[in-house]
Design a protein around this ligand. Structure first.
Ligand code: PLP
Length: 401
């Protein structure tokens, strides 16, 4: 039998990938599954981006590229960061990777020694703690309760920092809660970080453009320029440009860190796909008007789901400020029983009941560090969303004391 490395025991498979796979398996068995687990837009990649990829292939851009990304893409990222975020980064301070996830992986692998701590505000995207664990680090979770808008409070950050802290991970808009930090809130966190010069900040801005109700996006290197020399700003084309399968993400930070990440990448992926990078140039440098159109669609869907969920007895759902998930509380259902007699004690039980009784696939909050909540993606059609909420209401009615 194959003997696997012990580091693999520290991590679990991505719950969202597993849930998607389970929904596909159940569909293949003939069950009428409504899946609201997707972590990707349901829109197609815009035509002009696909055409850029076709042109790149025709022009023979089918070879290895520079490990850290093509000069064209790094230049496009540099210009994007300047124009949209007011940030100055040269091409030697930018790395392109196989998705934002690869960039996060590179950064933690390059910087963590065994036992080094990574502060992860909860709720969190499932991959931060597991990547930290793979890199021999220790995730330190800090609760960000719903009453505080699911946002990290400066005093809680202060309490979590130790001599072993290497990174604070920020993610705004947040997956799964949608919490989106204002500029002032970032400045308040920066005040704490200024007292702890050994702590670096990794900010995952992948949902930057999916932000609702006219809110302005802010990122910490811009809000607190004095932290720029210890900030890694991560972003990508997956969500805003509906390009999840192209696998292109990027990071911008101090040249020495970027150089180390490129070295690591040279011995892992050798860099992102040449065709994907050409497409990403077209995404970043081309027309941006469809982003606002998609944002409007997402906002309407958000309102539809939030209003439908809040009509269900025992479910409480705040309106997320950004991203495309609702993170609703099902805590009031704990203690109730399914028709089969099983007791709902956690959101895992609730999610199982939704799938078993109503063929509705959602994700348990425990995967995101908050077992009282569950996540639904609203990257789905309005009909699917309404049908999903109808099934959730029926699943609720099937529970009794
Ligand atoms: N960061 C967050 C917060 C995400 O939710 C996701 C995808 O779900 C990613 C990063 C991954 O992005 P990419 O597709 O660029 O690897």
């Amino acid at each position: 039998m194959i003997q696997l490395a012990s580091r693999l025991n520290r991590i679990k498979p991505s719950p969202s990938s597993m849930a998607g796979q389970r929904a596909r398996e159940l569909r293949a068995q003939g069950r009428d599954i409504v899946g609201l687990t997707a972590g990707e837009p349901d829109f197609e990649t815009p035509e002009h981006i696909k055409e850029a990829a076709t042109r790149a292939m025709a022009a023979g851009k089918t070879r290895y590229t520079d490990v850290g990304g093509t000069p064209e893409l790094r230049e496009a990222v540099s210009q994007k960061l300047k124009a949209e975020n007011g940030l100055d980064y040269g091409v030697n301070e930018i790395i392109v990777g196989t998705g934002a996830k690869q960039v996060i992986f590179n950064a933690l692998m390059c910087t963590l020694e065994a036992g080094d701590e990574v502060i992860v505000p909860a709720p969190y995207w499932v991959s931060y703690p597991d990547i930290a664990l793979l890199a021999d680090g220790v995730p330190v979770f800090v609760d960000c309760p719903e009453a505080k808008g699911f946002k990290l409070q400066p005093e809680d950050l202060e309490r979590a920092i130790t001599a072993r802290t290497r990174w604070l991970v920020l993610n705004s808009p947040n997956n799964p809660s949608g919490a989106t930090y204002t500029r002032d809130e970032l400045v308040a966190l920066a005040q704490v970080l200024k007292r702890h010069p050994h702590v670096w900040v990794m900010t995952d801005d992948i949902y930057e453009h999916l932000i609702y109700d006219g809110r302005a996006f802010a990122t910490i290197a811009q809000a607190a320029p004095e932290l720029k020399d210890r900030t890694l700003t991560i972003n990508g084309v997956s969500k805003a440009y509906a390009m999840t399968g192209w696998r292109i993400g990027y990071g911008a930070g101090p040249a020495a860190l970027v150089k180390a990440m490129v070295k690591l990448q040279s011995q892992s992926t050798s860099g992102a796909s040449s065709i994907g990078q050409a497409a990403a140039v077209a995404a970043l440098a081309g027309p941006q008007d469809f982003i606002a159109v998609n944002r409007g669609v997402f906002q309407q869907r958000r309102d539809t789901v939030v209003s439908a969920l809040n009509k269900i007895d025992g479910i409480r759902c705040h309106a997320p400020e950004g991203a495309f998930y609702v993170f609703a509380s099902c805590e009031a259902l704990f203690g109730l029983r399914t028709p089969g007699g099983a007791r709902i004690a956690t959101s895992d039980d609730w999610i199982m009941h939704l799938l078993d009784a109503q063929n509705l696939a959602a994700l348990q909050g425990s995967a995101y560090g908050v077992p009282t909540h569950f996540r639904l993606s609203f990257a789905a059609s309005t009909e699917q969303l309404l049908e999903g909420c109808r099934r959730i209401a029926q699943a609720r009615e099937q529970l009794s004391r």
